[in-house]
Structure formats: C-alpha cells, structure tokens
Design a binder for this molecule. Sequence first.
Ligand SMILES: [Zn+2]
Length: 669
Amino acid sequence: MVLFIRTAAMVLMVASLAAAGEAPGGRGILGNQASPHVKLKTLDLDDVRWAGGFWAERFDVVRNNMLPAMWRALENPNNGAQYASFLKITGRGGDSLDTRVLNWWSDGDLYKTVEAMALVYASTKDPALDRRMDEIIAVFAAAQEPDGYLSTPIRLKGAKRWQELNNHELYNMGHLMTAACVHCRATGKKNFLDIATKVADYLYLTFQPRPRELAHFGFNPSNIMGAAELYRTTGNRKYLELSQTFVDMRGSAPGGSDQNQTRVPLRKEVEAVGHAVTAMYLYAGATDVYGETGEKALRDALDRIWTDVTARKMYVTGAVGNLFRGRSRRNDNVHEAFGLDYELPNRLAYAETCSNIAHAMWNWRLLGISGDAKYADLMELTLYNSMLSGMGVEGVDFYYSNPLRRHGDELPRVVRAQDPPLRSLVLPCYCCPTNIARTIAGLKNWAYAKTEEGLWLNLYGAGGVETAVAGGRLALAQKTDYPWDGLVTLTIEKAPAREVSLMLRIPAWAEGATLQEGKGPARKVAAGSYAAVRRVWAGGDRVELRLPMQPRLVAANPYVESARNQVAVMRGPLVYALESPDVPAGIRVSEIALAPATPFEERFDKSLLGGVIVLEAEARVRPEGDWRGLLYRTLRPEPARTARIRLIPYYAWANRGMSHMTVWIPLAE
Ligand SMILES: [Zn+2]
C-alpha cells in the first residue's frame, strides 16, 4: 500500500522534462543533441518504428519472451544476479537469497533489465510496464544509503566500501546512472533519475579529489558512460567532470595492471589490452567524454586502439576478447581478455557476449563523432553475428562465450564453469542476457541519426521514422526484407520545404550497390560510405537502394593460424556457419571443404530457426579416418567425394541440441 501511494504521488508530480527544458541532450539512448563534438545526433526514442522485419521480430522476442524469462531468472536463487538482494536489504522479503551465489555485479544486471524495460516502454507505452518499473525503482530508492552510495552485495556480503577492485561498486552504480537516464528519456519521469543524481553526487565527493588509493577503481568502468549521460540529461557539468575524472584516474598511479587497463594511462596507450568488456566500456566511455571536450589526445589514443582491434584482434563475427586466461605483452596476468596479435582461436574463443555488445556500442559512438561508415560496418557486423549468437532464437536462453567452432560431446566447448554446453536461462554470471535485452530493445535508436544536413540511415529495417530536422519535420516509410534481401525502398511521407539530405549507408561488402531516385536512372554508389541524396522532397517521393547480397567467401590474414587455408561464408552482414544437422549422416563437419568457386543456392526456410536464408552447396568431403588415441600419424590420402551441405546464419547455431559447428571451413584445392 505504501508502495502504491508513493507511485501515485510520483505520477502526479511528474512533468515532461523536455517541456521543462531539463534534458539538453534530447531523448535518445545517447543524449548527444547538445554535444559539441558529436556529429551524428541520436533521434528521440519514439521517433522510429520497426514494422514486420528482422529487428521488429527480435524486438517482439525481447518484449514477449526475453523480459518475462529474465525475471524468472532474476528471481531464481541459483542465478548470479538476483532481485532478492534488493528485497532483503529493504525488508521486503528475499529470504531465498544465497549470498554465495550472488555476483558482486548483480545490481548492475538489475539496472540493465530496467533499462531494457524502459526501452520497450518507449515503443509500446504499455502502462503495466510503467507501473512495474515504478515499483522496482521504489525498491531501488529504499535500498540507497543516506549518502547516496548503493551496492546490495557489499552490504549483504558484509564487505566494506572501496576495498576490493573486483567488488564492482562503480560498475553497479555506473549502470544505475545509464538506466536512470534512459528511463527518464523514455517516461519523462524523474523517480529513477533522482536516485542516480544522489549516486553521482556521492561519487563526485569520493572521486573528484582523485585519491591515490582509488586510482585503479573500478574494475569495469560503465560509470564513465553513466556519468556522461547524467551530464547530458541534467546539464550539470559536475557529472561531466566526474566522467572525465574516471578516465583520467585509470593508470594514474603505480600498481595498475593491463587486466583492467590501469597499467598505462589511456592517452598513452597503443594497443587494446586486458579484459575485453572493461576495455570496451572504457573506450566507449572515453568516446563519450571526447564528444563533450573534443580533446585530441583522447581521440588519437582511441584511433590507435581501434586500429589495433580491427587489424589484429577481432574475429570475423565482430567478436572481441579471444583469451580466457593468459598474459599481456607487458607480462600482466589477464583473463577474458585481448590476446596477442592475430591470436584468434576458434574452439576456445572467449568472445563474451558483453564484450561483443560493448564493441558495437563503441563503434556506434565512434560513428557519432565522425560520420565514418567504417564504424557503422563494424557495429552492424557485431550486432548481427556475435551479439545475436549470445541468445537462442526463442530469446529464453543465453550464451556467455561465442566460439567459432565446436566438436560436440567429444570435445566439449566449456572454457569456464559458467559456460554450459548449451545455452541456459539461469546462469552463474548474468551480465550477458541483460545486455542483449537492452541492446535489441533500443536498436531502433541506433538505426537512424541526424545532422544539420538531414537524416542518416545506419541500419536498415522495415518500418519508418518521423523526426524534427532543420526546417521542419521529416517522415518516411522504409520497406525492406534486409538482411535477407538487399532492396530498401524509402517513401517520403512528410518533408520541410527546403533541401534535406538522406544519407544512406552503403556497407563495405556491397560492391556494385545502386541507388535510384523516383523513376530516374539507377546510379552506382561507393561501398563503405554514406551515399547522399539531397533535394527538396515531396510526399510520395521514392528512393530505392539495391545492395548486392550474393554469398561471398572471406579469408583471414595468413598470420591468423586458426584460419589458415580456410574460408568463412558471408552473405550481406551475416556470417554463416556449418552445423552437424546440416551435413549428411556419416560425414563430420570437420571433413567438409569448399572450393573457391563453389556456387551456393539460396533458400528462405520459414520453419527453420525462426526463418532464415540457408545456403546450400555441393562440398568436398575429405575423410579423416579414425583418430582415436592418436595425436600424429603418417598421412594416408583417402579418396575424396562430394556431399550436399547447408549453411545457416552463425547467430542461429546451437538451437538444435548438442552439435558440431564451424565458421571457418577448409579450402579445397
Ligand atoms: Zn557478459
């Protein structure tokens, strides 16, 4: 009852923040409308609609399947993240809680869940979801300590504040700040934001003096992005100062480690090192800081690191963080980390779903500050492949690691205890599912951007957009079956009476793409760029973009030993995989080889894996014979034959029980 009165009172008190002029950054996921060094501004959360396409289907999966399932997990006593921790310290129950199971970063996963709910609410305006969020936020508020600090594991496990890096206090409070900003932008309410400003005021008092003993906090710096968004939401420069302090402090005192990017200050760094999630959150947060300050030394460091990742340390799926456990070049112990140059194992790829998502988040921000299509390419590659592979097609089970090869039961893929051989709903570490949910729920906000020139199309998807541009409002409908089909048709519904550009992303793989305005001639547009169409538009005007979608074979730099003499198959933005259910009985996945000129037959299979285009081909079979008990033997060539195989999108692998799978396939002579 108390809860109800509190909620009702809040509803009465709430005023639209935008109307009150209190959200200078606007109402996108990234509130960068007023950021002086961000070129591409985000749209408001409800400017874009998905309708009936690939991302619309996945948005519905999040809304209908994933969120309800995740709440079952968050209320399961064996799950790493537990809502019971908040219930317990606020005297509301939580008797099932086992603090030995509870992760230090559990709070952060709860906040990401509410962020996902807020992003679903932004599209659906579902009042039940709004009420549920208010109930949860009231519990968060009750759990907050009087000085603003908030960490339920610290209190429940009997630990002291700021004693141990791995206690994830800043990670938790960082996600709180981000989720609160998104909630405020989605609902116009300040109930969550008020908790966040109290957290940030506490953190400002604690960190602004830059105490040496806290130089290496925190382990996983979601707090940089969180404080930057809080600045953008409130306009209070103190929070920008806090965000920059978090960047500046890392590596500012001796005793740091490559594991969490504290051995070398970011501005002096020359390579991507250490834990891949903490690295990507640091780089993404620093890009947000750059968006406000325009500091060249920061930008130069980020460029160097980006080149290191993309030229030497990234999987063909866009995944990052190959190494489960090892040493950095500077000889620090690292885990779940970037490895050495070109060290990209397939079976033992760690490639945590969170690091892949964070890689996409970083590239989204780099796209924002530059308008360079190369960042959008990587963002899309990662989202379609190594983010989506983290979830089952039904959206109710999840992977933590995303390997590129599996040998079935004979050689299980487990690289650490929290990686079950098949995806699972309840996990001992719950960071990844909540990250997938918030990313897919908010993806329509990634799809478009705007500048003074006009509207930018970063990701294609059926639906439409209506947004304010210079001179008035622009609305258009988008018809497409991307990524299955390369035709994108845009129809103008509303436009200002002045010239506006449509900036259409032409992916780097789309050699031969064409663009046609109305009934005019189709013209070629350059792959790896944004193609501009600038004119005064009238309702009913049409633009057609045709992206060539024929399958292609991709090779790796010869230094990548795990991919030598092998190829990956791609079609559009999708990486394909060969999985044992798609190989004739009696033939192993590892016996299949592809000739360079293999023709593929494409077929849309509505009933398979949620509806996918499969690629069928005649492949070579190179029998391996029986290797039981043997490590080496004299080569005995066996007669080659052929077999009909079928490839599926990599993101849909491991939905048909325990299987063998590979992304890289040997090249047949
Ligand atoms: Zn994760």
